[in-house]
Ligand binder design. Sequence first.
Ligand code: NAD
Ligand code: LMR
Length: 332
Amino acid sequence: MSTRSPIRVAVTGAAGTIGYSMLFRIASGAMLGADVPVRLSLLEIPQALRAAEGVAMELADSAFPLLDGVDITDDPRLAFEGASVALLVGARPRAAGMERKDLLEVNGAIFGPQGRAINDVAADDVRIAVVGNPANTNAAIARAHAPDVPASRFTALTRLDHNRALAQLAIRAGAPVGRVRNVTIWGNHSATQYPDIFHADVAGAPGAELARDEAWLTEQFIPTVAQRGSAIIEARGTSSAASAANATIDHVRDWVLGTPEGTWTSVALPSPGSYGVPEGLVSSFPVVSRGGEWELVEGLEHGELSRRRIAASVAELEEERAAVEALGLLPG
Ligand SMILES: NC(=O)c1ccc[n+]([C@@H]2O[C@H](COP(=O)([O-])OP(=O)(O)OC[C@H]3O[C@@H](n4cnc5c(N)ncnc54)[C@H](O)[C@@H]3O)[C@@H](O)[C@H]2O)c1
Ligand SMILES: O=C(O)C[C@H](O)C(=O)O
């Protein structure tokens, strides 16, 4: 049995599909480490509290040695009290034919009050990962309501896109996915995202070499990665869940425990102004994690195609920011 104090992990939308795929792995130690006890705090809307109780019963029945306990509430201020990790999943998923930004108004309203509650009651070391769509802009909304929390603690998930890009490159190279590294997702978690292979290592070959086949790059690889969420909705009838839960666990694990040497990953975070992305816009970048902090990989050079695609996704993020301002979702 571990003698460490439990880490409090808050999960919103805990009775939803992603929540169900995620909680058992968090409780098993897959996210924070095999010797780190966790206390789970489940936030749900009142109508879903009974379902959350059912999930808590199953968590108990799993007899996880690292699980210190489970609390359930519909009050964000109770849910985030003392939380060191806050996974903001609870939001409506899109249906077929919708873009993620069609969810801005309905979901955006969730993230201001949650940001405020995190600001007021979470632990000093709180790390936030926003999964609910449109994830980048929801993270920006939450962050804007949490002036006392360092901006760098607010992130949005682009790890799922990153993992999708690794998988597609492995298929292309006929190599195991473990031999592909250093792709980057730039911009928004949306159809405009730019999965960049120019600096990747694909089973020992430079990604730039694969990119010479521009027809494959622009007509197959990029759209396959960027449209994968829609392809899954079309095939499953509902949006990705287990792979999203898995990516969230990868995101937090790397943030807390560090990225493997020589490898970077992709995270959407408030831009410090790097790579021409306006300061504060929550945009995806290449990052490594050291000592529990994300550090941007600086100095990557971009050709014309990359510059154009990053600019297009950043322009979409600016439009989303203008839309949430117009909806009154940012503090005055
Ligand atoms: N960023 C990504 O890579 C990624 C990947 C997959 C899905 N998503 C998004 O994640 C979100 C959740 O997806 P899902 O499949 O779990 O949906 P779901 O409908 O199965 O579950 C959502 C849950 O959130 C709860 N909820 C709604 N409003 C809430 C609030 N204010 N506070 C707490 N809980 C609330 C609902 O009651 C429900 O149980 C969606 O917005 C989806 O689009 C993002
Ligand atoms: O595509 C969606 O709406 C769900 C999620 O963002 C995904 O990328 O699978």
